[in-house]
Ligand binder design. Structure first.
Ligand code: NAP
Length: 215
């Protein structure tokens, strides 16, 4: 996938894995990925739309192919952003440990990995499959919305994953005032979503009649 992979300024290969359901992807996700790319000196950010998230089912989430295509449309103009089909093509539930192992290339000389996702999701990391190995294999970037309580975040993290603060960075993104839920609700109410998500995504949602009846 990364035919032109070049080390960054520090001479290392740092890859961001942007995990999420992306139902749909929106400007907040894109601003997040770009901010993480710059702050953590990432060579690439690979968006990894979840297949069937372990804690959700197909009745509450749009089809994986729709979410994959919307994500691809959203990132097409950024040369540092890619989309992976890894979880989309997986049969059955997918787990972050398997995704991280895939991108680690199976040895210690592989790239340094940064897993980027919502702070609330990361606070539940102790319920994820093989979470201790996961914290060993990747650094986590926990993204929060404006007004999110830092005290609550670190208290919960210290309780659930003691001594792991150095592996989890909190990143507040003002543009994350937008959420996928907000966009879905607006579509259901026939309200405009212009400028909340890239125009091709907006067109895709309209063309395929997504979210019209609510999910
Ligand atoms: P979610 O419950 O749908 O989202 C939780 C919160 O985080 C929402 O407010 C969401 O906002 C936000 N969020 C999600 N992804 C984000 C991102 N990349 N950047 C910024 N904010 C984000 O969480 P999810 O999408 O199902 O899960 C997040 C990731 O954790 C996925 O990659 C999933 O596979 C992984 N996960 C793994 C396990 C496991 O391995 N056992 C268990 C749970 C989750 P929006 O709705 O606006 O995105």
């Amino acid at each position: 996938m990364f035919l032109n992979a070049q080390p960054n300024k520090a001479g290392s290969l740092n890859i961001g894995l942007m995990g999420g359901t992306f139902d749909p992807i929106h400007m907040g996700h894109l601003v997040t990925a770009e901010e993480a790319r710059q702050q953590f000196d990432l060579n690439y950010v690979v968006f990894v739309p979840a297949g069937t998230p372990p804690h959700k089912d197909e009745k509450t989430v749009s089809l994986p192919e729709h979410r994959y295509l919307m994500t691809s449309l959203a990132v097409m103009s950024n040369p540092s952003f890619f989309v992976s089909r890894l979880e989309i093509d997986a049969v059955g539930p997918t787990y972050t440990i398997d995704t991280v192992r895939h991108f680690a290339f199976g040895d210690d000389s592989g790239p340094e990995l940064f897993f980027i996702t919502g702070a609330d999701a990361i606070l539940e990391i102790f319920t994820w499959k093989d979470y201790e190995k996961l914290l060993h294999l990747a650094t986590f970037i926990a993204v929060s919305r404006p007004g999110y309580s830092l005290d609550h975040f670190y208290e919960t993290l210290d309780r659930t994953a003691p001594n792991m603060r150095h592996k989890v960075h909190l990143l507040e993104i003002p543009a994350l005032a937008v959420s996928s839920t907000f966009i879905r609700e607006r579509v259901t109410l026939s309200k405009t979503i212009k400028y909340l998500t890239p125009e091709p995504v907006e067109q895709y949602i309209r063309k395929h009649g997504l979210y019209r009846t609510g999910i």
